[in-house]
Design a protein around this ligand. Structure first.
Ligand code: ASP
Ligand code: ASP
Length: 383
């Protein structure tokens, strides 16, 4: 067999005995080799075709992530938005920006976190957030382990801290934690060596959700300074509301909070928001209307409002959206209670709703957070 190697073994040209055409074998690192005919009998032409083919494939495979020159966020954990200043938030959003186009490529895999071990520890049911972190970790080449904590020894009497100590002994790099108790991620972060990401702790905080919301908004409006954003519904039980109020106001947006009196936290006046109990007044001049899920699981021992009555007053539909600015956008963190807090048709209307975009931004934000925190941990371990 006639053969020629181009580019240090990545491209091989060869001729089979029974064929006059040059065959190409292109092998990219960590991928199956691709074999096909070059379609020519002339070696020089075959070389050109193979090199072109190779660079095309290689371009698709390579993430064009600019080196982070100045790492502004230096902490190892991401547990509270209260810990973040404006520069740090902007830095995370910029880092995430790189992954948006990467996530649209044909081959969505790089090796930024190859060999790292990441645990998804979800003590509360979640499909969306857990999957989003899983996709993010796998696209970065990390090994992700989903621990079904509900079925684990924690139900056999082991304390949470014992579970964490056990996992810590396996030398994980990142722990992603969702738990119904407020402040749990912070506590865990003080007791383990891994980076900790709070993926929702009770009614307290959900930092990556607020960051992904900020990224979604940034891609539409660029500048937060002139924005008026309404956050509506079950403010009291919503960690999404709390984290968003903190992040979006730090970025410079003005925020209206709208909800029934019984769902407004007592300390709401201490937050940088203007409070309304009426949708018509609260939505006036808003650029964005962010609806919240009614947190049924946290409204225990209290009376759930009647769906129809609630929807008439606080549910977002095309009519109420008219109170906001003419081209205002609609957001919702999911999962939605269609027909309770939001009209189903409006939620699916891609000319008004950014809900699917929020999901896409979620993966980009989580990729950025995983990379930043892991790098910071490497630096701590080095010093
Ligand atoms: N709260 C939902 C869940 O736990 C969705 C989300 O977090 O995005 O699945
Ligand atoms: N996905 C968000 C969360 O987990 C919103 C929600 O579930 O209501 O907090």
């Amino acid at each position: 067999m006639n053969s020629k190697i181009l580019k240090s073994g990545h491209i091989k040209l060869y001729k089979r005995e029974n064929s006059k055409f040059w065959q190409m074998k292109i092998k990219l690192p960590k991928q199956k080799a691709i074999r096909s005919s070059s379609g020519t009998k002339i070696l020089k032409e075959a070389e050109k075709i193979a090199l072109n083919h190779y660079s095309l494939l290689n371009k698709e495979n390579k993430i064009k992530i600019k080196k982070t020159l100045n790492n502004i966020y230096k902490k190892m954990h991401l547990v509270e938005t209260a810990d973040l200043n404006k520069k740090e938030i902007e830095f995370i959003l910029d880092e995430a920006q790189k992954f948006i186009s990467f996530n649209k490529m044909k081959i969505k895999k790089n090796n930024l976190l190859e060999g790292r071990t990441i645990f998804n520890l979800f003590f509360e049911d979640s499909t969306r957030t857990r999957t989003s972190f899983e996709v993010a970790a796998k696209r970065l080449g990390a090994d992700l382990i989903n621990v079904a904590v509900k079925d684990s020894s924690i139900n056999k009497g082991e304390t949470l801290l014992d579970t964490m100590t056990t996992i810590n002994s396996m030398n994980p790099d990142v722990l992603i934690i969702r738990h119904p108790d407020e402040g749990i991620s912070k506590k865990i972060s003080m007791n383990v060596d891994a980076c900790v990401i709070n993926a929702g702790d009770g009614s307290h905080e959900h930092p990556t959700q607020a960051l992904l919301d900020a990224l979604t908004i940034k891609n539409r409006f660029k500048n937060f300074n002139k924005l008026l954003i309404a956050i509506c519904g079950d403010i009291l039980h919503s960690r999404v509301a709390r984290s968003n109020i903190i992040i979006l106001s730090k970025l410079g947006a003005k925020i209206n909070v709208i909800g029934p009196k019984e769902w407004l936290p007592k300390n709401i006046k201490k937050l940088p928001v203007t409070v309304f109990t009426d949708m018509k007044k609260g939505l006036k001049n808003c650029d964005i209307v962010m609806m919240l899920r009614i947190q049924k699981e946290r409204i225990v021992g209290k009376i759930m409002p009647n769906q129809k009555t609630y929807f008439n007053k606080y549910g977002l539909d095309y009519n109420k959206l008219k109170y906001a600015k003419e081209n205002a956008f609609v957001m919702h963190p999911g999962p939605m209670n269609r027909g309770f807090e939001i009209d189903s048709k409006l939620a699916d209307d891609v000319t008004r709703s950014l809900i699917q975009e929020q999901v896409a931004m979620g993966v980009a934000i989580r990729m950025a957070c995983l990379v930043i925190l892991t790098k910071n941990r490497d630096n701590v371990l080095k010093s």
